[in-house]
Design a protein around this ligand. Structure first.
Ligand SMILES: C[S@@+](CC[C@H](N)C(=O)[O-])C[C@H]1O[C@@H](n2cnc3c(N)ncnc32)[C@H](O)[C@@H]1O
Length: 277
């Protein structure tokens, strides 16, 4: 895997909701990792994946409701840790769960998840991860067989184990996320999580009580039929990674596969939905 990345810095006006829309569209276009602050969005893509044409596919750049300026430069991945350490503050969810870096002090919350994200997605800062954590905290996962599809840093799989789930499969299509999840699983002393590099094809013949997938609208629409085959009766499906405008499309697809919508959470236009099989 190449160590050279292209770093793009975007200034979006207005930043709300522009930054979130931009991040989602960059994600669909193949960008891997994002740092968002008040004034800018910094996004990274591997040089070998990068093609200037990618930017023409990004709808928000052509959307007249937003003004966007950007510049780019090539970076060595070796600088990345220093970048995220500067930007990563601990995240507390509902006073029960903290997601933090190893160098942050131990929190008082019941659940403490230590993540070194490097180039992976999943520190709890993003709305979608935050809402998936909220859903998970309300489930009884004791002894439940769980799949975390699109595991990123492994944050949701790690929380599932802390909530009593076992065994847990964590899958990500990206090699960096696979390696990073393995590291984070070990860092959190988890012993019931198996991490795989791959996608929905790995589900052949497998059955789970709970499937969690925080990916994006298009991948979820493709994968929902496979989730349906792999989820036990009365199993729970938690989905996120899409906007409010996509609720109908996602829930219609789920209804086609006999999932019943139980609860929707929304945060800054992002959505997470709980379905029952
Ligand atoms: C939005 S991140 C979610 C990460 C983490 N689960 C969280 O909630 O913070 C989506 C992840 O899905 C992975 N991904 C994208 N397409 C995928 C696919 N077809 N199958 C499996 N993983 C995929 C990406 O590499 C990325 O790590």
């Amino acid at each position: 895997m190449s160590n050279i990345y292209i770093e793009y810095t975007f200034k979006v006006s207005p930043p709300v909701p522009g930054n979130e829309i931009l991040i989602a569209e960059l994600g669909y276009a193949g960008f891997e990792s994002f740092v968002e602050n008040e004034n800018e969005v910094i996004a990274y893509i591997q040089k070998q994946e990068w093609n200037k044409k990618i930017l023409h596919e990004i709808g928000i750049l052509k959307n007249k409701n937003f003004s966007i300026q950007y510049h780019s430069k090539e970076i060595e991945q070796v600088n990345w840790n220093a970048e995220w350490e500067k930007n990563f503050n601990p995240i507390e969810v509902d006073g029960i769960c903290t997601v933090r870096a190893p160098f942050h002090p131990k929190p008082a919350t019941k659940y403490d998840i230590i993540i070194e994200p490097k180039m992976s997605f999943g520190t709890g800062h993003h709305e979608t991860t935050h809402m998936m954590i909220q859903h998970l905290l309300k489930l009884d996962l004791n002894g439940k067989k769980v799949l975390d599809m699109g595991c990123g840093t492994g944050v949701l799989a790690i929380l599932a184990e802390k909530l009593g789930a076992a065994p847990i499969d964590a899958i990500d299509i990206d090699n960096w996320c696979y390696v990073n999840s393995l590291e984070n699983v070990e860092r959190n002393n988890c012993t019931h999580i198996l991490v795989y590099e791959g996608d929905v094809l790995l589900l052949e013949g497998k059955k789970y009580d709970v499937i969690i997938a925080n990916i994006n609208r298009n991948i979820l629409l493709e994968d929902i039929p496979e989730y349906s085959k792999s989820l036990n009766k009365n199993g729970i499906l938690l989905l996120s990674g899409f906007y409010k405008e996509d609720i109908l499309t996602i829930s219609k697809k789920c209804e086609e596969y006999s999932f019943e919508l139980i609860e929707t959470i929304e945060k800054n236009n992002w959505v997470s939905i709980k379905f029952l099989n």
